[in-house]
Design a protein around this ligand. Structure first.
Ligand code: ZN
Length: 148
């Protein structure tokens, strides 16, 4: 899924759950839960195929995506540091996928396989309607709880 909804959900969790260690674990786990829902994704094919020389525009897309989420958290949340930390933990699973592309490691490969299974709807025919509606609803709910 696009990182902005992940960031917002992580931020909303960190803001609303008072016990920080639990909040960060839940923010991290929320990534897997959200990736299950149908969603649109922008292409990061060059990164996935490790064509690093061609991957700069894709890293820029990711950077823009993270910046959008961080900016929204900044203007909506009352405690940017706390909310931002939650957001950071919520995008870590995709960071692990990136790490797995750079270093080959058994655990990271296992994680990658798990991530592919989580993307249940990816290879199934789902209309664009759901692929847009699901992340939009997730963003709306996250913003609602982030505003407190
Ligand atoms: Zn993901």
């Amino acid at each position: 899924m696009v990182l902005t909804p992940h960031l917002l959900v992580g931020a909303a969790i960190a803001t609303n759950i008072k016990f920080l260690p639990l909040a960060l674990v839940l923010a991290f786990l929320s990534h897997y839960f959200l990736d299950f829902f149908p969603h649109l994704e922008y292409s990061i094919e060059n990164i996935q195929e490790k064509r690093w020389k061609k991957s700069l525009p894709e890293f820029l897309k990711v950077f823009l995506d993270i910046s959008t989420g961080a900016f929204l958290i900044f203007i909506i949340s009352k405690n940017f540091f706390l909310a931002g930390t939650g957001g950071f933990f919520a995008i870590l699973p995709d960071g692990l996928v990136l790490l797995g592309l750079i270093f080959s490691n058994k655990l990271l490969t296992l994680h990658d396989t798990f991530m592919k299974r989580i993307h249940f709807f990816k290879d199934r025919k789902i209309s664009l309607f759901w692929e847009i509606l699901c992340p939009s609803l997730i963003i709306a709910v996250a913003i609602y709880f982030l505003m407190g």
